[in-house]
Design a protein around this ligand. Structure first.
Ligand code: ADP
Ligand code: SF4
Length: 683
């Protein structure tokens, strides 16, 4: 298919200082939990984005010196020349496909405690480090400032040696030292680096000048600046100092990469921000500079991208998450295959990789992070040697993904689901406040499956052992999902809570199937991911008077890893949800519920019309166990396997991965199933 001419503008080259991007698709720097520890994995992941058409592919933050290292987080590293080969691996991969490689040099001062190097962190004005570590930064003297400038300059030269085309001066996310100098709160200096904005900008200006001087003959020098911290008058704002900084430095860098701080504002989840949501803050930049401007906004729609360019908001379409969910997004627009784009759902599971210090994962793209170690590709999968008929029972995320990958391998695939439409849990969850994008997990897969001639759907088809024997496939994959438990077993209480059988309960599943309730409702959250908070919000919207109780010290605790926790708790407070943390449900008596404080003290008894237990899910494994126990099945069907939540309930990302992995490893032995390439760094 050929490209829609409306999108031609996205494929125009853009000159960035001494280099030229082949098109307007720009993968901005993003963390990935691989960094210096998994350089080959990182290089392959970045290369595949270039293969998929991203005209510029950048690194994550790259440490430039042990005086600011990011332990325990794993980012890039260019401390000395010995780090160059690992970084060059990525550059070579990106260059193989004609794209430019960008390197985000980062010196983060007080934002990192230097747990590994044990150097005292540096900062413009000292004080405790940004996170909770019991570490303080020391005030930089003039020598320190000179040193950091020299380290940055030397790292820029190393980046050039590694082959990078674009070298960054980083002043974003409230993390980078250049931003600390800009901040009135963090910079209370009285010398020429503090006080007036002109003085606070001095350090960033010097970094840019140094970098241009060191590598600017062949490398473009980019600035990544947070133009608004969303702190109002207390911080940089797009109509205040953020704007003034751009005005002061307008023509100095070769490229402006502009966004919001902190990271949770820049990478806002779909629950709290829409596609293109940064435009209101960054649109002014182009009016102050002739240099190209890149910005982000979780762009997955080519029309929205074209609109950004045509209206003069951006020159380059920046993306981190859309490039993770679909490394081939540009190629699909180029080839007129926009209906096959795997759209990011804005869940930030990708971010959770970095936060948990593990390689990146993606809900939509199960191959993300597996490109090197398992050799998986987001668009290609090897054909099977022997083609067979496979019945997949359950069209949730795991069943759909398994069917998709098995279909691509050439098998004859049948998918049966008792429901009227596909999607399983994501169709249900997509009805909840802020989760509509979860439907994309099913939409992408349905589109792919519907375009295959070797896949058939059977809806409203509840399958049991007899019906499966009638269908008589070669193999069965059971993907029947899970349900929310009603007995109270969760993390705090590993066993059923007394009285739950006869208590006034309402299940999360019933709410998702449309049951409504008013009156006084308690949401008891011992699951700690998004569901408790989302259901509290849904219940308020139904008109209920909601109290959320959790044994954790904050609401939806695990969402700290998806950068949402503070937003969730604030939203619940603003909706009037009463919140009781650090309390465990110990007894239910009809409509009376007993909560004990986790750290001791007197129990609280609350009455409610209903309590919604959001504690844990249990697998729907009856069908799988019945198939396993049936002699007829054993003698007539070659294999019965299971995937997703019916094995062990988890995230949507885990279910998609589970389905994909089974298809990828279909014929493999134990070594193939468990084995993947590992990297040993420094041996
Ligand atoms: P996962 O996250 O593992 O994909 P889901 O709960 O999202 O699991 O999806 C499971 C799907 O399986 C649901 O769409 C459900 O309707 C379907 N299902 C469950 N049991 C049966 C059955 N016996 N026959 C057909 N479909 C079933
Ligand atoms: Fe988008 Fe979620 Fe994938 Fe991240 S994990 S890229 S937010 S779909």
């Amino acid at each position: 298919m050929s490209r829609d001419p409306r999108y031609d503008i996205l494929f125009e080259p853009v000159k960035i200082g001494p280099v030229t991007a082949p098109n307007r698709f720009y993968q901005v720097p993003h963390c990935n939990g691989m960094g210096w520890k998994h350089p080959a994995a990182l290089a392959k992941m970045r290369e595949i984005k270039a293969e998929g058409g991203w005209g510029v592919v950048c690194t994550e933050e790259v440490e430039i010196h042990p005086a600011s290292e990011f332990a325990p987080y794993i980012e890039g590293r260019l401390w000395d020349d010995s780090d160059i080969p690992a970084m060059a691996l990525m550059v070579e991969g990106v260059h193989r496909h004609g794209s430019l490689a960008g390197c985000e040099l980062a010196f983060n001062g007080y934002a990192n405690p230097n747990l590994y190097s044990r150097e005292i962190p540096l900062s413009p004005s000292g004080g405790p480090v940004k996170w909770k570590d019991p570490v303080s930064a020391r005030v930089m003297d003039k020598e320190d400032i000179k040193n950091v400038r020299r380290w940055h300059r030397n790292a820029a030269i190393r980046a050039k040696k590694a082959g990078f085309d674009i070298v960054y001066c980083y002043a974003g996310h409230n993390i980078a030292m250049a931003m600390h100098f800009l901040s009135r709160d963090l910079n209370t200096r009285t010398d020429e680096y503090g006080g007036s904005l002109e003085n606070r900008v001095r350090f960033l200006r010097e970094l840019i000048e140094d970098t241009k001087d060191a590598v600017g003959d062949t490398c473009a020098v980019a600035v990544r600046l947070a133009v608004d911290q969303l702190l109002g008058a207390d911080g940089l704002t797009h109509d205040g100092e953020g704007r003034d900084i751009v005005a002061m430095l307008a023509e100095l860098p070769d490229l402006w990469d502009v966004n919001l701080a902190d990271w949770s504002n820049d990478s806002v989840t779909a629950r709290f921000g829409d596609e293109g949501g940064q435009e209101a803050y960054t649109a002014f930049v182009k009016s102050l500079t002739t240099k190209p401007v890149v910005g982000v906004g979780r762009f997955t729609s080519p029309d929205a991208m074209v609109s950004q360019i045509k209206r003069g908001v951006l020159d380059l379409i920046g993306a981190a998450r859309p490039s993770i969910a679909d490394p081939f997004l540009p190629a699909k627009i180029r080839d007129g295959a926009t209906d096959t784009i795997r759209e990011c759902i804005g869940c930030n599971i990708c971010v959770s990789g970095d936060m948990t210090i593990t390689p990146i994962r993606c809900t939509q793209n199960p191959t993300m992070g597996e490109e090197y170690r398992r050799g998986w590709h987001p668009e290609r999968i090897a054909k099977a040697d022997t083609l067979e008929t496979i019945l997949v029972v359950g069209a949730g995320p795991s069943g759909l993904e398994c069917a998709r990958a098995l279909g691509l391998k050439g098998h004859q695939v049948m998918i049966a689901d008792q429901a009227r439409e596909a999607g399983g849990r994501v169709r249900l969850e997509a009805r909840l406040p802020g989760l509509s994008t979860y439907g994309r997990v099913a939409d992408y897969r349905l589109q792919a499956l519907n375009s295959m001639g070797n896949v058939e759907f059977f809806f409203e088809s509840e399958m049991d052992v007899d019906t499966i024997l009638e269908v008589a496939p070669d193999h069965v994959v059971v993907a029947t999902g899970a349900h929310w438990r009603m007995d109270g077993m969760g993390r705090q209480s590993r066993r059923a809570i007394t009285g739950m059988k006869t208590a006034a309960l309402l299940s999360p599943d019933a709410i998702m199937h449309g049951e409504t309730v008013t009156g006084r409702v308690i949401v008891y959250d011992d699951d700690h991911y998004y569901m408790g908070g989302v259901l509290a919000e849904a219940l308020v919207k139904m008109g209920a008077n909601v109290t959320l109780v959790t044994p954790a010290s904050v609401v939806s605790q695990w969402t700290e890893n998806t950068l949402e926790q503070h937003r969730i708790q604030s939203r619940l407070v603003s909706l009037g949800v009463e919140i009781l943390c650090n309390h465990e449900l110990v007894l239910a008596e009809g409509d009376r519920f007993h909560f004990e404080p986790v750290y001791g003290g007197a129990a609280i008894v609350m009455t409610a019309d209903r309590l919604v237990p959001v504690t844990a899910r249990a697998p729907n494994d009856d069908l799988y166990l019945a198939l396993e126990a049936s002699e007829a099945v054993t003698s007539q069907i070659k294999s019965v396997r299971r995937v997703g939540d019916c094995v062990a309930p988890g995230t949507v990302a885990a279910a998609v991965y589970s389905g994909h992995k089974l298809a990828q490893c279909w014929d493999m032995d134990e070594d193939g199933w468990y084995g993947f390439k590992r990297e040993s760094v420094g041996w």
